[in-house]
Design a protein around this ligand. Structure first.
Ligand code: UTP
Length: 307
């Protein structure tokens, strides 16, 4: 038997295609005040694009056909950003700025986008539940609107590959320093090296929200990318409000892991929590360095700084 034949034997039949993604963007963004007093944190620009556009582009690069954005009060600029802008486009065309007009047009033509509203910020789990009717009875991705994972191999695509091969939900995790586990949701998982995913795949036994270092079952933190079966909605409906009176997605995932199984996948890439001031600065510097137009000039400028 060839290696290819052995590998295809290890992967069960393909499962339902992941076509939709939910982007919760209804939080208040209190970590980024005062910038977020009157504008959504998901619209704060990193280099030259609002954060939520990077996230939408990750969806498109992962094969997602329909994005569902969960918005709330004061978030109208998100809808405007993905809408067409005929006056602006016409103005740019008249001035001969065709490339800029195309840049603006491409945002609204990128993918089908629907919106639903979370009337009160009752937690991330609640925000996902609000999208239930728009998702329907099919698997879907969840991407946090303020977590950026740049790179050519989209984290969401990596999770979709796991779901479509196994039929079980998968969440992205990454290693964090042991002394920082109290800042993250941490997974308790056992290695489940199924081809072709190898050592990156773990079967989740449990999930713990922000454990102290000595109580943390691992140093693998939940990153902000998920691919979930529709059964998560039933789990969230049975989830009681937890920390801060909010319905936590982590609590719904604990139920899902117990009842249907759930993978943790150590994805390839680096994430930036751009909803946090320091994470935002790091994302800005690193993405600016990667920018084709002015990355080299920016690098030269940074070298002149006396640190
Ligand atoms: P965060 O915890 O980062 O968002 O949730 P937040 O509550 O806005 O942040 P801080 O702590 O006050 O600064 C992750 C994602 O989930 C969304 C947020 O908009 C963010 O994109 N979210 C959070 C909701 O959609 N609804 C909620 O009730 C909570």
């Amino acid at each position: 038997m060839t290696q290819d034949e052995r590998q295809s034997q290890a992967i069960p039949a393909r499962h339902q295609k992941v076509r939709k993604a939910v982007l919760p963007a209804a939080g208040l963004g209190t970590r980024f005040l005062p910038a977020t007093k009157a504008q959504p944190k998901e619209m704060l620009a990193v280099v030259d694009k609002p954060q939520i556009q990077y996230v939408a582009e990750e969806c498109v690069a992962s094969g997602i056909e329909h994005i569902i954005i969960v918005t709330g009060k004061g978030k109208n600029s998100i809808e405007d950003h993905f809408d067409s802008a005929p006056v602006l486009e016409q103005y740019l065309e008249q001035k001969g700025k065709h490339a800029l007009a195309e840049l603006v047009r491409r945002i609204s033509n990128m993918v089908q986008v629907s919106y639903t509203r979370q009337k009160e910020p009752l937690g991330l789990g609640h925000a996902v539940l609000v999208a239930k009717d728009l998702v329907g009875d099919e698997p879907f991705a969840v991407l946090l609107g303020d977590v950026l994972i740049p790179g050519k191999n989209p984290a969401t695509k990596q999770l979709i590959d796991v779901y479509e091969a196994t039929g079980t939900g998968a969440i992205a995790v990454e290693e964090v320093p042991r002394e920082k586990t109290h800042l993250y949701g941490i997974v308790d998982g056992e290695p489940a090296p199924i081809a072709p995913f190898g050592e990156r795949l773990l079967r989740i036994r449990d999930l713990v929200e922000k454990p102290a270092t000595e109580k943390a079952p691992s140093n693998l933190a939940i990153t902000g990318r998920y691919v979930l079966p529709p059964a998560i909605f039933d789990c969230l409906e049975r989830t009681k409000p937890g920390a801060g009176g909010e319905i936590q997605l982590t609590d719904g995932l604990r139920l899902l892991a117990k009842e249907q199984g759930l993978w943790a996948y150590i994805y390839e890439g680096i994430s930036y929590d751009a909803g946090d001031k320091l994470g935002f600065l790091k994302a800005t510097v690193e993405l600016a360095l990667l920018n084709e137009e002015f990355g080299p000039a920016f690098r030269d400028y940074l070298k002149t700084l006396k640190l």
